[in-house]
Design a protein around this ligand. Sequence first.
Ligand code: GTP
Ligand code: MG
Length: 321
Amino acid sequence: VTADSLGKNILDGQRRALAKAITLIESRRADHQVTAQALLARLLPHTGNAIRLGITGAPGVGKSTFIEAFGRYLIAQGRRVAVLAVDPSSTRTGGSILGDKTRMELLSREPNAFIRPSPSGGTLGGVARRSREAMLLCEAAGYDVVLIETVGVGQSEIAVSDMVDMFLLMLSPAGGDDLQGIKRGIMELADLVIINKADGELKKAAHRAAADYQTALGLMRPKQACWTASVMLASARENTGLYQVWEQIQAFELVMKNSGTLVKMRTEQARAWMWSEIHDRLMTAFQDSHPERVARMEQAVADGTVPATAAAQELLQDFLK
Ligand SMILES: Nc1nc2c(ncn2[C@@H]2O[C@H](COP(=O)(O)OP(=O)(O)OP(=O)(O)O)[C@@H](O)[C@H]2O)c(=O)[nH]1
Ligand SMILES: [Mg+2]
């Protein structure tokens, strides 16, 4: 395929072309990469028109179930919804992604939905890079809400929060006092906290947890000057809280646009992306240049026979020659 024909079909909103293009982007083959980059360059002018949402939370908190319910709600509102699932652990575990896929079965049947689980491919930077590009492709295909699901296992949330407009943190109703092992730092990234599973026997606990988290949020440094993060209750099972979450998202979008913060943030994200790309490529090139020598030097530093600074200097000198 050529970048030109694929690009045209994506702009036409063809889901199959979009899926194909994402596969192209994820490919490591050099010729695929050339086509992928040409495609991205062609489509870039048609991107930027979606609200970009990241949703993270501990395994099993209900992210996929929520996204399915929320996605269907949005489609009923006339929206077009793309879902990208990023799972950095999927290569190791075989992935909960397959499960995700089946769980979003109803959403995936909607003509106005596009669901794509992304394989990891090793580095976190790689995950983020390809998801970012996949996100842009979805925008070019006319999806106006892009949701990126990531399991809260550490670094992945930060990578995702660096490419979305709004970061949603999903927490379970079970005990708000210990923050459930969710690191404070992750809470500080949140633009909105959603307590899912606020139904049945868990309803009471969910209300208590919401109050606790609201207090915790109040003690944190605000992430955006123009926006105060809050805690919402939802139940993906009972379809409650969806409207309220959407209202918050729209309010966020409005305030971020009107204050000029959204443009500024996206500009900064694009700039940072370029640098992280340079960083990743340099590191790869460096490690590939003299792998044995690098390994030997690393061992010598570990053994204490060569000082780290001297080792770095010597290896870099070789590399830059
Ligand atoms: N009671 C209740 N259970 C829910 C709700 N949403 C999800 N669950 C259940 O929670 C379990 C996990 O849901 P998932 O949507 O797979 O959770 P997840 O966060 O996507 O999980 P991973 O992708 O594996 O990290 C499933 O058994 C769901 O049925 C809800 O609103 N209420
Ligand atoms: Mg999931």
